[in-house]
Design a protein around this ligand. Structure first.
Ligand code: PLP
Length: 397
């Protein structure tokens, strides 16, 4: 048989999904595993959104829609962007897709030619790299560390920019670091993008989940930055709607048209029922989001208190999102259970095999020095899981 696509064959399954599967298999066989791998809220989608879906079904809302989404949904997104983010878009600027991940693939397919470079701030959400490389783009990485609160400077950006650089991806609040970028940092990114004529891809999917600081959309700074920014957002994290698969881009019309044309031949519009429900989700918000945030705040505090109580654990207090990164370099060079530890995956393997805690090692997030936990589980699970992680530190450090 002839060789399959080199690009597609190189892509590995998302490591966040594979660790989760291992944890699920162990759980199914009766093992008591604490699962800290989940990248989604553990809350049900609010009732007012589910009711809208039931009504839409009863009303026969079951046909194709315009590729870029229903006008009602694109209008609702425009109102949201105006009222919450201070950004003025028309429905023609919006393309609704099957989740923000799909939006990101659309963007890369629209922006990049072979060899074009995209700047990523590491540790970064693993799919950014795949969607750049899937269209033969090249990633250029700026590394950040827990010691610098996972922030970066213009000097860091200057070191990786070249005449092939086409875009920079920013993600605030950030998965996996929990960093929330302030106005000064975002203005620096905007000036940098203007200086080198770059597109800015601003992934704002965690904007509602902030504990410290506030969310700023980079496109609000000036018209030039607005025009070169492609904002990505969706309802997965804000409305606990991961399975509904609704994401969107807001961009200038030229880009929106190309994304629309591309999507018209790949997936067409997303699921019609999910689109209709999303209109209600955006326009008729109840206080579910506030309640989600209350619970998350309490969990974040608990996680930070528990990790802080073991001085051997080097972790970052997240300002946003629902993840914590833990640095594991102190284990490097040690031999544990007959294995020499040199990566976060080695540590994660011991955590699941010996301590029965599933965490996400961050190699696919472009660092082998950290693992990630998600606090999308109960208070009891958080207490139990962190006590098991802490035990490993006490056993070996
Ligand atoms: N962007 C970031 C930073 C994410 O963490 C995720 C999901 O985990 C997405 C985008 C994709 O979200 P969606 O479910 O809308 O595809």
């Amino acid at each position: 048989m002839k060789e399959l696509s080199k690009i597609a064959s190189k892509i590995k399954e998302s490591s966040t999904l594979s660790v989760k599967q291992k944890a699920n298999l162990l759980k199914a066989s009766g093992v008591n595993v604490v699962n800290f791998t989940t990248g989604e809220l553990d809350f049900d989608t609010p009732d007012y959104i589910k009711d809208a879906c039931k009504n839409a079904l009863d009303n026969g809302d079951t046909k194709y829609t315009a590729t870029n989404g229903t006008l009602a949904l694109r209008k609702a997104i425009c109102s949201k962007l105006k009222n919450e983010n201070g950004l003025t878009y028309e429905p023609e600027n919006i393309v609704v897709s099957n989740g923000a991940k799909h939006s990101l693939f659309n963007i890369m397919s629209t922006l990049l030619n072979k060899g074009d470079e995209v700047i990523l701030i590491a540790p970064f959400w693993l799919s950014y790299q795949v969607c750049v490389e899937a269209v033969e783009g090249v990633i250029k990485v700026v590394h950040t560390t827990v010691e610098n609160n996972f922030l970066f400077t213009s000097e860091d950006l200057e070191k990786v920019v070249s005449d092939k650089t086409k875009a920079i991806i920013i993600n605030s609040p950030n998965n996996p670091t929990g960093a929330v970028y302030n106005k000064e940092l975002l203005m620096m990114v905007g000036d940098f993008a203007k200086k080198y004529d770059l597109y800015i891809i601003s992934d704002e999917i965690y904007e509602k989940i902030i504990y410290n600081g506030s969310h700023i959309s980079i496109g609000t700074f000036d018209e030039d930055i607005f025009n070169r920014t492609i904002l990505v957002n969706g309802l997965s994290k804000s409305h606990s709607m991961t399975g509904w698969r609704i994401g969107y881009t807001a961009s200038n019309k030229e880009i929106a048209t190309i994304i629309n044309n591309f999507q018209s031949h790949t997936t067409s519009a997303p699921n019609t029922l999910a689109q209709t429900s999303s209109v209600t989700a955006l326009l008729e918000e109840d206080d579910s989001l506030r309640k989600f945030l209350e619970v998350l705040k309490e969990r974040r505090q608990l996680v930070c208190d528990l990790f802080s109580s073991n001085k051997k654990i080097n972790f970052s207090k997240p300002d946003g999102a629902f993840y914590v990164l833990i640095k594991v370099t102190d284990f490097f060079g040690m031999t544990i259970e007959g294995k020499t530890i040199s990566t976060a995956s080695d540590v994660a393997e011991i955590l699941i095999d010996k301590y029965r805690v599933a965490v996400v090692p961050c190699e696919d997030f472009c660092t082998k020095e950290y693992f990630r936990i998600s606090f999308t589980c109960s208070i009891e699970e958080i207490k139990e899981g962190i006590s098991r992680i802490s035990q490993m530190y006490d056993d070996y450090l």
